[in-house]
Design a protein. Sequence first.
Length: 317
Amino acid sequence: MTTRGSYASPITRTNRKIKQITDQTRKTTLGVTLAIVGALLLTPDTLLMRLSQLDGWNMLIWRGSLSGAAYLIIWGMLDGWKSLSKITSLNFSILLCCQLLNAVFFSLAIALAPVVIVLIGVATVPVFAALLSRLILNEPLSKLTLMTAFVVLSGLSISLLGHDIDRATISEKNVIGLLLGLGVAFALAMNFTMIRKDQDAPFVLAMALGAMCAAGVGYLCAEKIQWLPVMNMLSIGLTGICILPLSFVALSYAARNVKSSTVSLIMLSETVLGPLWVWWGVGESPNRMMLIGGTVVLAAIAAFIVLERRNDALESA
C-alpha cells in the first residue's frame, strides 16, 4: 500500500530533475565566471612587480604583508569571527601551508632561475589539480581535462620559447628553480582541491595568515628593507592590496563550484595575458612565437570551458 507522500508523480520527479540541472548549471556558471574574473584580475601582477623594482625578498615582504592585511579585511567582511572555530582543523592548516609555500617558492624560484624555467614548472598546475582531485576527492580523471592540459602546456612551451632563453641552460640553480616552480604548482593545486573538499574551512583567513608568514620569511632573509620612490611603492601597493587578494579570493571561491583542474586551467590564461600588460607598460613587445603560443593557450581554454559546461549539463540530465 502506498502512503501519502511516498509516491512522487512523474511531473514532480521531472520538476525535481529540472531543478537539479538548473542548480548545477548555475553553480558551474558561477564557478567559471569567478575563475575568469580572478584570472583577468591577476594579469597586471607581472607588470606591477616589474615596475616596483624590488628584489625578491623585499617583494615577498611587501606583497605578503599588504596582501595579508587585505585578506584579513575580506575575511572579516565575508566570514568574520563565526569561522574561528574551524581554524584548528587539519584542512585549515593545509590551506595555510599552501599559501605560505606558494609565496615563498615563487619568490625563491624567480630569484634563482630565469622566469622561463619557473613558468614551465608552474604551468603543470592543472595536471597536479587533476591528480589531487582523483586522490582526495575521488573525482574521475577527465580525458577532456588531460587533453586540454597537454595542449595548454604545448602552447605555453611555444610562447615561452619566444622569451630570451639564453640563460636557460642546465645548471644547479635552474634545476632548483624548476623544482620550486613545480612546488608552486603543487601548492596551488592542493589549495584549490582542499577548498573544494572542505567548503566550510575559512580559506580567506588561511590566505591571510599564510601571506603574513611568507612576509616574515622574507623579513628574516632580506639584507635590508627597501623603500623605493613613491611610484615604485605604489606599484607594489596596488598588487599587494588589490590585485592579489581580489584575484585569489575569486579563484578560491570558484574552486568551491567547479573542479580544481578547471580553475587551474583558466588561471593559466594569466601566463599568456600578463606579458601583454608588460608590453603596454614597459614596451617589451612579444614576438611571433609568443603570440602563436598565447593564441593556442587561450583557444584551448575557451574550448575547454564550452565543452566542460556541455558535459556537466549532459551528466546532470
